[in-house]
Write a protein that binds this ligand. Structure first.
Ligand code: SF4
Length: 294
């Protein structure tokens, strides 16, 4: 897509609403990358649905001119699954925080990963519960001090990349909010991938996480795409890189494979979406209803 069309699409994708996140919050850049990706993907905006939960970043659907659904805390994936089952032709992008996805919604995540629905799940991972004022989350470092663990977290942090690779996601990637162009490419890759894409995004929370700061990320992060010996089709190698957590922490696309999706295996919707079947079988005209929302 040429630059002029891309800029025009970016404008079309943006709503009038403005986020009121704290200064320096990584959510701004994730939003920017997501808008850029949706603009470049050139999918009709009425065919894109953003599903979010509860959290600072879960306000994202308000700022992009697609369909959106802001649901309950931890229930992003059941809603996204429902949308996909009703109309598999839609591009479904689920988006929410680490507390929402890896804490409250962890049970849903596990089963959605292994089902391999054709959808994208972006996790705004700041390793803390931001909206509820700074409690320890499943991705907080061991020893992390917060309102909920004043003496320091006792558990090891969960590793979403390892979880994604070993539990069945077929596109597993980690982005960084302060590498926006790279993040945009990862989002485009995730949406274009046929199957379930787990895209965890490191994002500094400038208010409640004083450990994983921009300086901390700068010191530790290395991009997989800069290492030409790395092959994202090699599961063992992907796992090895994903497990590395110390001086070097890798980000980029860890793993991708093509496997049949849940929708392809489900006879009721394998050939046509439920919506289209309903329209064809009952000759239902939904245009009066749709006109109400214009
Ligand atoms: Fe962003 Fe943290 Fe502020 Fe929430 S509390 S808006 S995550 S910086």
């Amino acid at each position: 897509m040429d630059k002029t069309r891309s800029a025009l699409r970016f404008k079309q994708v943006s709503t009038q609403e403005l986020p009121n996140w704290c200064g320096g919050c990584g959510d701004f850049n994730i939003l920017f990358a997501l808008k850029g990706a949706v603009a470049e993907l050139d999918i009709p905006l009425e065919n894109v649905v953003l599903v979010s939960g509860i959290g600072c970043g879960s306000k994202t659907p308000h700022f992009i001119k697609t369909y959106g659904f802001e649901g309950l805390h931890g229930r992003i994936l059941p809603v996204a699954t429902g949308v996909k089952l009703a109309n598999k032709d839609l591009t479904v992008i689920a988006i929410g925080g680490d507390g929402d996805g890896y804490g409250i919604g962890a049970g849903h995540l596990f089963h959605t990963l292994r089902r391999n629905f054709d959808m994208t799940y972006i996790v705004q991972n700041n390793a803390v519960y931001g909206l509820t004022k700074g409690q320890t989350s499943p991705t907080s470092e061991k020893g992390f001090k917060s309102n909920s663990t004043p003496s320091g977290a006792l558990e090891d942090a969960t590793n979403p990349m390892v979880l994604g690779i070993t539990t069945g996601a077929t596109y597993v990637a980690r982005g960084y909010a302060y590498d926006v162009d790279h993040l945009k490419k990862l989002i485009i890759g995730a949406v274009e991938h046929k199957g379930f894409s787990l895209l965890d995004v490191f994002q500094p929370c400038t208010t409640y996480n004083k450990i994983q700061t921009v300086a901390w990320y700068k010191q530790h992060l290395k991009k997989l795409e800069d290492d030409t010996s790395f092959d994202s089709k090699n599961k063992q190698e992907a796992l090895k890189r994903a497990m590395q957590w110390g001086e070097t922490i890798w980000y980029g696309k860890f793993y991708q494979e093509r496997k049949s999706t849940y929708e392809e295996g489900l006879p009721q919707i394998a050939k046509a979406s439920l919506l289209n079947q309903m329209r064809e079988n009952q000759n239902i005209d939904i245009s009066p209803l749709m006109n109400k929302f214009k």
